[in-house]
Design a binder for this molecule. Structure first.
Ligand SMILES: Nc1ncnc2c1ncn2[C@@H]1O[C@H](COP(=O)(O)OP(=O)(O)OP(=O)(O)O)[C@@H](O)[C@H]1O
Ligand SMILES: [Mg+2]
Length: 251
């Protein structure tokens, strides 16, 4: 097997006596799409925090492209190609859709950050913003204020913002949480259409949506990776059914 793009080796995140993530081992190939399932409190978001560096691992190793990034800052991991979206909406509601994207584009630039550096987006910034709008089906909403678009479109915008850094690994934390059935269809379509070179890890409580979008599934329970397999194997796994599939959270 080729070297994985991302590897977690026996990663733990402990909060006092609580092992929120316990001995988690996983690998992700370039362009691979993986879902993480698990009940509330299973440690899914905390696992994302170990990958992005928001909460550094207590023990174990995080390796990107063969390079140990366990102790790297969130900023340097972002520069190396790791991006994420959050479980909770995280936008500037009084700004337009395209200004939110411009802000995201400038936020990761090497120059000192300033939203107000110039009135208008520069050439390469325009391309990045246009590309993110197109991938997330938001071209027609670009001039609207965030508070004027629907909740589903706001979640699409968050995804678009995470694309502005041209990541190699994208972590999506419940992108469809709280969406209507129609909005979920659009979100699934957007995720499905993301570049095939982009590796994805998707946390999602909507099993049908998640299993339809990925190559492989990891099921977490009480901080540990309980089972791993292809979508069909996971759907039929009695252990998974018992701890998770019978109890959908966002039903
Ligand atoms: N900063 C923190 N300090 C203390 N405990 C924390 C912290 N962050 C998370 N936890 C605990 O770690 C455990 C795992 O939380 P986490 O948010 O990773 O779960 P999750 O699988 O994402 O759940 P959900 O599906 O509800 O989003 C929970 O018991 C949570 O209360
Ligand atoms: Mg979570």
């Amino acid at each position: 097997m080729n070297q994985p793009l991302l590897q977690l080796k026996s990663v733990g995140i402990h909060f006092g006596a609580l092992k929120a993530v316990d001995q988690a081992t996983l690998h992700l190939a370039a362009g691979e799409r993986v879902a993480i399932l698990g009940p509330n409190g299973a440690g899914k978001t905390t696992l994302f925090n170990a990958i992005t560096g928001m909460t550094p691992a207590t023990c174990g190793q995080v390796i990107l492209d063969g390079r140990d990034i366990t102790k790297s800052s969130p900023e340097s991991r972002a520069q190396l190609g790791i991006a994420r979206t959050f479980q909770i909406t995280n936008l500037f509601f009084g700004l337009s859709v395209e200004d939110n994207l411009l802000l995201a584009t400038r936020g990761l630039g090497k120059t000192k950050f300033s939203m107000w550096r110039t009135d208008r987006a520069q050439g390469s910034e325009c391309e990045i913003v246009d590309s993110a709008l197109e991938k997330c089906q938001l071209q027609e909403k670009r001039k609207l204020l965030v508070k004027e678009i629907s909740y589903g479109e706001q979640r699409q915008l968050e995804l678009a913002m995470s694309l502005t850094s041209s990541p190699r690994v994208l972590l999506l934390d419940e992108p469809a949480a709280g969406l209507s059935p129609a909005e979920r269809v659009i979100m699934a379509d957007v995720i499905r259409g993301l570049p095939k070179t982009l590796a994805l890890i998707l946390i999602e409580h909507d099993i049908d949506l998640a299993l339809g979008l990925v190559d492989r599934v990891i099921c977490m329970y009480q901080g540990t990776v309980l089972v791993e397999g292809k979508p069909d194997e996971i759907r039929n796994n009695p252990q998974v059914q018992e701890i998770y599939l019978g109890k959908p959270r966002h039903a």
